[in-house]
Structure formats: structure tokens, C-alpha cells
Design a protein around this ligand. Structure first.
Ligand code: 6PG
Length: 262
């Protein structure tokens, strides 16, 4: 159940739900609606998942009845908006975890599930090959592949996908997928860039927990500063931006002052 909805204009529409379980359920409902209508209109649906903990809860719900049978899995492609430079078998792998938690338990053809290559190639080769695959599979509009639905999380530092504060990828305009060193994490990440994210029909941020409240307030209600808060760079050009957040994450929002606490 949605407690409240707040319109932040170009910064998106915020839907506040009670708790993480509600967040997962609302996310599944939105995912189903979006994928089913995309398939009704264009036969195929193209989605990209984020890493982190929030999509896992959604995946667990989606893999169970009655939800499992509501999606035409044979007409769905699943990609990832970002990936860590680890083997698929690693518990750090976004694609590996999603497969182990739910994608291996639904009837989606393996050829329609697209992990990044993270072994036997360089990060740059992996990013280029992923971009090439996205371009070959996802129909483009205006020269950029247009996803029906991209899920994103927001880190407590305001990062999203693997666009971290003060990294050049935030301002990438040519490449749709890049590999880059993230100094803060001392690791390599692969990530969609703003041109690809912002070409989507619908981008959904999933944000839960009190630890995100202050940063969410800054991202939604503070000054425009995408180098500090990369989540602010996400502005679908001709699409919709929705935030599904739980009450704990919404607690610092000015508009949420009268919401019940806890
Ligand atoms: C990753 C994610 C990252 C994540 C945020 C939020 O690879 O870690 O793509 O951008 O979405 O860090 O993570 P939580 O949802 O677990 O808070």
C-alpha cells in the first residue's frame, strides 16, 4: 500500500510505502504493469536491474506465485545497469546474485539474461561488448537504446548504478556503457551512463532505510550538484522517473512531515 505520493517535477514522483516488505510488493506491482504493457504494445520488454539489496527482495516476490506466471518471460530481456568487476559466482556479483535469488527459478531463456563478461576480457572490452549487445538487442530511439524499465538504487553517498561522486562517468555523453576505476572503493566498476539511463521509458529508484534519509532529502530537495549526488543526473529525457521509498528513507523529506513515523 502506498502511504503518499509526492511530485518533485523533473526530479521525479516519490511513492512512500510503509516498510521494506511493502517496498518489494509495490516494486513488483510496478514492474508487472510496466512489462505487461510493454509486451502488449511492442511484444518484447527490455529491463535493467540494479545491484544492491533492494532488488533482491523484489526478485524473491517475483519468483513466487501468483506473480511468477503473470510475466511472459519468453518476451523479456534482462540486463544490469551496473556490475562489479568480480566473477559471476562471486556473492558480490549483481547478476550472479539476481540469478541465484530469482532468475534461475523463472522460465526466462538463458539467452535473454545478460550478465557482463567479467573474466577473460579487460574491463574496457567488457563495457564495449556490453554496449554493443545492448545496441543489438534493445530498439533505439534517437540513436540510443530505449529500455522500458530501469531499476536503480541510491547509495548513502548519493551514487546510483556505478556513477560515484566525482567520477567522470557522471558526465559521459558518448559511450552508453563504461568501465571505470572508482577511487573511493579502490575497484573497477561497469556502468550504464546517463545517456542510456535517461533514454528509458521509465526509471525506478528503490530506496529503503533510515540510513538513506538525509541523502534522499539532499537529492530531491537540495541544490543541483550531480558531482556530489550522482543520482541527480538521472532525468529521463522522454520518460518517467519514480522513486519507491519506505517511510524510514522518506523521514527527512519536508513533504513527508505529516506521515506516520515508524
Ligand atoms: C551496486 C548497485 C548500487 C546500489 C546502491 C544501493 O552495484 O551496488 O548498483 O548502485 O544500487 O548502492 O544499494 P542498496 O539498495 O543495497 O542500498
Amino acid at each position: 500500500m502506498i502511504d503518499a505520493t509526492f511530485d518533485y517535477g523533473p526530479r521525479g514522483r516519490v511513492m512512500v510505502v510503509g516498510d521494506p516488505a511493502e517496498l518489494a510488493r509495490e516494486t513488483v506491482d510496478l514492474a508487472l504493469t510496466t512489462v505487461i504493457s510493454a509486451q502488449a504494445e511492442r511484444r518484447w520488454a527490455y529491463t535493467a536491474l540494479s545491484g544492491g539489496s533492494t532488488p533482491k527482495a523484489m526478485g524473491e516476490v517475483l519468483a513466487r506465485q501468483p506473480y511468477r506466471d503473470l510475466i511472459a518471460w519468453h518476451y523479456l530481456h534482462v540486463f544490469w545497469g551496473d556490475e562489479r568487476w568480480v566473477p559471476l559466482a562471486s556473492p558480490e556479483s549483481n547478476a550472479g546474485e539476481a540469478k541465484r535469488i530469482f532468475l534461475d527459478y523463472v522460465p526466462i531463456p538463458a539467452s535473454q539474461v545478460h550478465p557482463y563478461e567479467t573474466e577473460g576480457v579487460t574491463p574496457e572490452q567488457s563495457a564495449d561488448r556490453y554496449a554493443e549487445m545492448v545496441r543489438s538487442l534493445v530498439p533505439s530511439e534517437g540513436g540510443v537504446p530505449r529500455f522500458d524499465l530501469i531499476f536503480l538504487g541510491m547509495g548513502d553517498d548519493g551514487h546510483t548504478a556505478s556513477l560515484f561522486p566525482h567520477t567522470a562517468a557522471i558526465h559521459e555523453e558518448e559511450y552508453i556503457v563504461v568501465a571505470h576505476e572508482v577511487p573511493k572503493l579502490q575497484t573497477t566498476r561497469l556502468t550504464f551512463t546517463p545517456p542510456l539511463l535517461n533514454a528509458a521509458r521509465l526509471v525506478v529508484f528503490l530506496v529503503g532505510g533510515a540510513g538513506k534519509a538525509q541523502r534522499l532529502k539532499e537529492v530531491l530537495e537540495g541544490p543541483e550538484q550531480p558531482d556530489e549526488l550522482p543520482s541527480q543526473i538521472v532525468r529521463p529525457v522522454a520518460g518517467e522517473l519514480i522513486w519507491i521509498v519506505d517511510r524510514a528513507a522518506a523521514a527527512a523529506l519536508a513533504v513527508a512531515a505529516d506521515l506516520p513515523r515508524g
